[in-house]
Write a protein of this length. Sequence first.
Length: 158
Amino acid sequence: MNRLSKIQDLLLKYIYEQTESGIERSYPLSWEIVHIASAPQFAQLLAEKRGSDPELAAIATAVHDFGRVVTGIQENHAEAGYIPLKEWLHQTGIFNEKEIEIIARASKNHSSKEEVGTAVEEIVKDSDIVDCYLHGHPITKENHRRRLAKVKKELHLP
Ligand SMILES: [Fe+2]
């Protein structure tokens, strides 16, 4: 099993364990599952196009909402997920320290859509918005709309 599939498998098992917790959630777990499955696919393509590491970009995108999965809360979920995500990634035993920091930092910074970050961070942010767009979510924030327009232009889409 490749590392993206492995991490999706582990994350879906983790989510399955959460289904019994009964905590209140800003988003249903069904959305988390869909987002974990589809957003990394676009991330991989975007990374290939930009000459970035497709595997790392796709994995960072798969786990970017870990904070919301853990706490159920949307507010500050990116920052809240940083430490738990690092610990969880360590436990998987399939990443080195450098990779863990890149992935966890991309998750931590993904809500700052108005800022430009590292190559992996930018792919996570762009893929997050594109995935929401592809699932029919309204893209209402101005900086999100700008990002979506930028990616569409990059892909020569109208
Ligand atoms: Fe998020």
